[in-house]
Design a protein around this ligand. Structure first.
Ligand code: URP
Ligand code: ZN
Ligand code: ZN
Length: 483
């Protein structure tokens, strides 16, 4: 199967030029001016941007959480991602306490295999990691799972103590893999929740009031300090506030290999959402919570200046009906999480690029190239180059839409609301190729479930060896990254 994409404006993290792209089977074969080649499919991309498919490094599909399961399956969630111009996700598998993480990986493979519209990879959530099992992390890396998430929040459930975090970071530093950290002081947060409930505060907005930015910043500070001493890199997930950003900048200035992502919800939605009438505020019960609006400007600044390295969605959808409703009489029982997998590219293009915060190369870098590099997918994914996977999005920079679940139902996510309801965007995905196959065209889904493959990732930070994805280079002791 061959594809010729003609006359487009090709934008990568570093380039911006007009040329044609010739795709043969899964990969890009040739890029040049006025290519005179026959192809099975020819697309005219005049007036359009031709960008690498989005990579969303933080999603939760079919995740059991908070007494229920996220409402998007691997089938529905990846299809919605494709509609929005995302061609690869890194989802979170979960190891339960006492369980082997390799067994957990099998469970997640069974959920996703044969179901997805686009390629996918896994991080592994580690809920414990006794000394006797740290070698499992290396075994996971050999399976292409080269990053692990740990929680400083949710005591008694997902939370790891500092010793466990330190052990895991040391091992990751040795192996060339990466710890992703949910940084919030969950122990103090639980005390604040108890106080709020004892005073009769049951409404959704108390989710935000019991998770102050200072307790996120404390977690970020602690995670970065532990990583520094462990001499390992670390990636802070869903960073939401200026307080935390300042901690990140200070560690980066000391030379800590500290990376962080933020998400559209922290850039575009704010704490006032919790004042929506009745139980509507539950739509925005996600963790960390939405913050005061002034934080947004600071986060954009952090993205522009490279303190923040990626934009993920933390797509973790729960329907209002029967799911968020579980917390109608107790905010702490509202399943934490919100949707966004389909809207990220348009939101960041419109509010970031059109809004004057990001240039177009930085848009591509934050939504595709940088996650690919950090998480060992580059240059297979995350760019438009000869030999790279033909994960390509033709993006119409002029198309205007209003994001809505209620009016016209412009989303394909399996959830009964959209967190960005009513927000205008200019810039929309028109055509999507996943490894050379056209899976979306002008609002039509042309793919099939099972088109997507599991991708074995390489080592942290672009230590990827072409043709050897999944191999982890040995690293001599003392050669670890970090301070
Ligand atoms: O609210 C959120 N983010 N739920 C998903 C789990 C997590 O902490 O990422
Ligand atoms: Zn988290
Ligand atoms: Zn998450």
């Amino acid at each position: 199967m061959s594809v010729l994409i003609k006359n487009g404006r090709i934008v990568t993290a570093t380039d911006d030029y007009h040329a044609d792209i010739y795709v043969n089977d899964d990969t890009i074969d040739l890029i040049g001016k006025n290519l005179q080649l026959e192809a099975d499919v020819v697309v005219d991309a005049a007036g359009k941007l031709v960008i690498p498919g989005g990579i969303d490094p933080h999603t939760h599909l079919e995740l059991p959480f908070g007494g229920t399961t996220t409402s998007d399956t691997f089938e529905t969630g990846t299809r919605a991602a494709a509609f929005g111009g995302t061609t690869c996700i890194i989802d979170f598998a979960v190891q339960m306490k006492g369980q082997s993480s390799l067994e957990a990986l099998e469970t997640w493979h069974a959920k996703a295999a044969g179901e997805t519209a686009i390629d996918y990879a896994f991080h592994m959530i580690l809920t414990d990691m006794p000394e006797t099992r740290t070698k499992e992390m290396r075994a996971l890396a050999d399976e292409g799972v080269t990053s692990y998430k740990m929680f400083m929040a949710y005591p008694g459930a997902m939370m790891s103590d500092d010793g466990t975090i330190f052990r895991a970071m040391r091992q990751a530093g040795e192996d060339g893999t990466l710890i992703c950290m949910h940084a919030e002081n969950g122990v103090v947060i639980d005390e604040l929740i108890k106080i709020a409930l004892s005073e009769g505060h049951i409404e959704p907005k108390y989710h935000a009031l019991t998770r102050p930015t200072r307790l996120e910043a404390e977690g970020v500070h602690r995670a970065l300090a532990i990583a520094e001493v462990a001499k390992s890199p670390v990636y802070i997930v869903h960073l939401s506030s200026y307080d935390s950003l300042q901690e990140l900048r200070m560690a980066q200035a000391r030379g800590v290999m500290a990376h962080a992502e933020t998400c559209p919800q922290y850039l575009l939605l704010d704490v006032d959402k919790y004042d929506e009438p009745g139980f509507e505020g539950a739509k925005y019960v996600l963790t960390p919570p939405l913050r005061e609006k002034w934080n947004q400007e600071e986060l954009w600044r952090g993205l522009r200046g490279n303190a923040l390295n990626a934009i993920s969605t933390d797509h973790c959808p729960f329907c209002m009906k029967e799911q968020k409703e579980l917390g109608k009489s107790d905010f702490s029982k509202i399943p934490n999480g919100g949707p966004g997998i389909e809207n990220r590219m348009s939101l960041i293009y419109h509010y970031g690029v059109n809004g004057g915060y990001l240039d177009i190369n930085r848009f591509v870098e934050l939504t595709s190239t940088s996650p690919a590099k950090i998480f060992g997918l580059f240059p297979k994914k995350g760019t438009i180059a000869v030999g790279s996977d033909a994960d390509i999005v033709i993006f119409d920079p002029e198309r205007e839409e209003i994001i809505s679940y209620y009016n016209g139902h412009t989303h394909h996510m399996n959830i009964d609301y959209n967190a960005y309801e009513g927000m205008p965007v200019k810039g929309f995905t028109e055509t999507v190729f996943s490894r050379g196959r056209m899976i979306i065209d002008k609002g039509q889904y042309l793919g099939q479930k099972g088109d997507g493959n599991f991708v074995k990732r390489g080592a942290y930070g672009g230590m990827y060896t072409p043709g050897r994805s999944g191999d982890i280079p040995s690293r001599a002791p003392g050669s670890r990254n970090g301070g």
